[in-house]
Design a protein around this ligand. Structure first.
Ligand code: ATP
Length: 248
């Protein structure tokens, strides 16, 4: 089976000479719910940006369902839904305008877009907020709009960069349920998060990245059967529980 995402030996050096990703390889199989973990600055967002055409690749290859995401960026991008860490929207636009604009970008006909947007607004319980500008929405509602936008074109691979950062417990639980359903219905998901509980609940496979390299990967069960995800994460990233306890 062709993987949903295959990254081989990815390297990204920013113009200032900053090596953000340093020979990173990973495979997300079709149908997987893949947790991509690592400390701040490890290179997770950069990897995502290289995959979605936001950042240029220094070297290495990226394929989305077998399509070269570096050379055939537009074709690959159609298969990907992206919920970025930052809210990159026109803050004066309404939820419908924000989602509709991306639907237009992907070439979905207007009538079809309308049906799909109605569906998404209902699914994410945004129907009471349709007339509000994005900037007037709460943090949780903003996250839901961004997720709806990522899903407008029914992507086969959904990439979520810290999708539950700053949302309340209720919204987080609802989002978890929705993501689990989406994955059950066949959408492959790559999730970055700093909430290990989120990974334990949702993910099937996990990769831990540190300083631009994968330092540990495997099925979630392997992590859980061993020392547990938190201890594995801390030791893989060089921050052992002892260091943390000592405040080092
Ligand atoms: N546009 C940029 N120009 C220069 N350096 C950058 C740029 N974006 C990120 N970096 C640097 O690249 C490295 C990796 O950053 P990145 O944002 O990919 O990490 P991350 O794992 O997503 O972190 P976080 O968990 O904080 O989101 C960091 O040293 C960061 O400062």
């Amino acid at each position: 089976m062709i993987p949903a995402l295959q990254i081989r030996d990815l390297r990204k050096v920013y113009r200032q000479g900053n090596v953000a990703v340093d020979g990173l390889s990973l495979t997300v199989e079709e149908g997987d719910f893949f947790g991509f973990l690592g400390p701040n600055g490890a290179g997770k967002s950069t990897t995502i940006h290289c995959t979605t055409g936001i950042a240029t690749v220094t070297s290495g290859t990226i394929e989305v369902f077998g399509i070269d995401a570096v050379k055939d960026y537009r074709e690959a991008r159609r298969l990907v839904g992206l919920s970025p860490q930052e809210f990159n929207v026109d803050v004066f636009a309404t939820p419908v305008q924000i989602v509709d604009w991306v639907g237009g970008y992907f070439g979905i006909p207007k009538a079809e877009r309308k049906v799909r947007i109605d569906e998404l607004m209902q699914r994410f319980e945004l129907t009471e907020h349709l007339k509000k500008p994005f900037r007037a929405l709460s943090g949780g509602l903003k996250r839901r709009v961004i997720l709806a936008r990522a899903l407008i074109h029914k992507p086969r691979l959904l990439i979520l960069d810290e999708p539950t950062a700053g949302v309340d417990v209720e919204t987080r639980l609802a989002l978890w349920q929705y993501l689990a359903e989406l994955n059950r219905d066949g959408t492959s998901i790559l999730l970055t998060t700093h909430y290990l509980e989120e990974v334990e609940r949702l993910c099937r496979n996990i990769a831990i990245v540190n300083k631009g390299k994968i330092v540990r990967e495997g099925p979630k069960e392997e992590f859980l059967a061993g020392e547990g995800l938190e201890a594995a994460y801390l030791s893989a990233t060089g921050a052992t529980p002892d260091h943390v306890a000592a405040g080092a």
